[in-house]
Ligand binder design. Structure first.
Ligand code: ZN
Length: 199
């Protein structure tokens, strides 16, 4: 009996599929699958149901943030000013800024960062959508809050180059956050500081 005939097909299939989750690979996929199989039936049910519910999550048509609505709660809130757009790499980073309850503008989620090594080009990010929003709302200021690492800086520089011809103030935050630390993991205080000191 061949090795892969001995292992249940459903197990092999789960390993094959889960390894494609970004950042996973074979090692984490096997950790997930074998760990899952050790759980009680109740917990297995809960995990499967919560994963199924993720099918209802998509991207806001305005800002590209993860949402289960066509237009997210921030973009549809009349109290949020469309004159200030904070550009972040991923939705998690917008949530982090949102948790501070300081920023009254709106976000724009790029969906990643320019990274030639990972094959991520500007066209792979939601930059066209950002251009459309700028034309539609003529914002006063764009706050570029990409991560302070080489890819985040390259992305920020690319955006600055594109938008410098527009009549908008462009600011780059992340100065108070240690170089190399990710916005997502920065503590609340340093993030607050960098928003306040963004001039
Ligand atoms: Zn939105």
């Amino acid at each position: 009996m061949a090795f892969d005939e001995f292992i249940p097909k459903s197990l092999l299939l789960a390993l094959e599929n889960i390894k494609f989750i970004p950042g996973y690979g074979e090692k984490n996929a096997s950790r997930f699958v074998y760990g899952f199989l050790k759980l009680d039936q109740d917990k297995k049910d809960n995990i499967v149901k919560s994963l199924q519910n993720l099918f209802y999550i998509g991207h806001c048509k305005e800002c590209n943030i993860l949402t289960d609505k066509e237009i997210c709660d921030i973009c549809s809130n009349p109290k949020r000013s469309k004159k200030y757009i904070a550009v972040v790499e991923e939705s998690q980073e917008a949530y982090k800024i949102e948790k501070l309850e300081r920023f009254k503008g709106v976000y724009h989620v790029l969906g990643g960062r320019i990274s030639p090594l990972e094959g991520i080009a500007p066209e792979d990010l939601s930059i066209e959508l950002l251009k459309q929003r700028i034309q539609k709302y003529s914002p006063r200021e764009i706050i570029i809050a990409t991560n302070p690492n080489p890819e985040g800086e390259a992305t920020a520089n690319y955006l600055i180059k594109i938008f410098k011809h527009y009549n908008i103030k462009i600011t780059r935050i992340a100065t108070a956050i240690q170089f190399g630390a990710l916005v997502e993991f920065a503590d609340d205080l340093s993030l607050e500081e960098s928003i306040e000191k963004r001039e």
